[in-house]
Design a protein around this ligand. Structure first.
Ligand SMILES: [Zn+2]
Length: 236
């Protein structure tokens, strides 16, 4: 068994895609939408099903602003069925299937057991520009990590985060999201380099990567794997 995923679109076109993971996260997501809309840019939001169920109006504000929607699982855990459960929540409001799916932590193992992930119309999307905005506190550092990223070129897919998977509301809402402050400069900087900002539905993907399962993907986390390996050693 194997699957194919994409990290970028055509390199001979000056299109790049801003993607936002782990929302909707009101009111942060609304700030992101406002910045995109004010600058006439489209983005793609890889939403979590649990947030779509909980914040349906916030989700619909993304849709009504004509941004592109992708499936990023329900719980953000490597549970079998997590993409399929998210698809039901998203499809309920969107009224059609999603065309794009992003694996959490880019762990593709769960995708192999998901009819939604393997559906012919679905594209599994990674990114070639990862500024690690979630790990940075300084907006300028996020701008530089994006605009100065060695992979940034026509067809690039940029991975940013407008939300978090944590169920701790206080933690999620109190965490600063410096990406929002960085976003104006990211958009302006990309345009200054001649890029057009498009949704993934305006991009033609090339150079699929074939992924085959290996031992790493079968565990929910590296901590789970270590625990299971410890158990194995104790029993021998
Ligand atoms: Zn995520």
């Amino acid at each position: 068994m194997s699957l194919k995923y994409f990290t970028h679109g055509r390199r001979d076109q000056m299109k790049v895609a801003l993607t936002f993971d782990d929302g909707p996260n009101p009111p942060r997501t609304d700030q992101v939408i406002e910045i995109l809309n004010n600058r006439g840019a489209r983005g793609t939001f890889f939403v979590l099903g649990k947030w779509v169920d909980r914040f349906p109006q916030a989700f619909m504000r993304i849709v009504e602003s004509q941004h592109c929607i992708g499936n990023h699982s329900y719980l953000h855990q490597t549970h079998l069925g997590d993409f399929d459960r998210a698809e039901a929540a998203i499809g309920n409001l969107l009224g059609r299937p999603t065309e794009f799916l992003r694996a959490h932590y880019f762990n593709f193992f769960t995708c192999l057991y998901s009819p939604v992930a393997l559906a012919p119309g679905m594209k599994i999307i990674d990114a070639d520009v990862n500024p690690a905005d979630y790990a940075k506190s300084d907006p300028q550092a996020i701008v530089e990590a994006t605009l100065g990223h060695p992979n940034l070129a026509g067809g690039s897919i940029i991975d940013l985060h407008d939300g978090r998977e944590t169920d701790d509301d206080a933690l999620r809402l109190a965490s600063p999201l410096p990406m929002i402050e960085a976003l104006h400069d990211i958009i302006d900087g990309l345009r200054a380099k001649g890029f057009e900002l498009v949704g993934l539905d305006e991009m033609e993907f090339v150079d699929p990567i074939e992924w085959r399962p290996d031992g790493r993907g079968t565990f929910a986390s590296s901590a789970a794997r270590a625990a299971i390996e410890r158990l194995g050693r104790q029993s021998t």
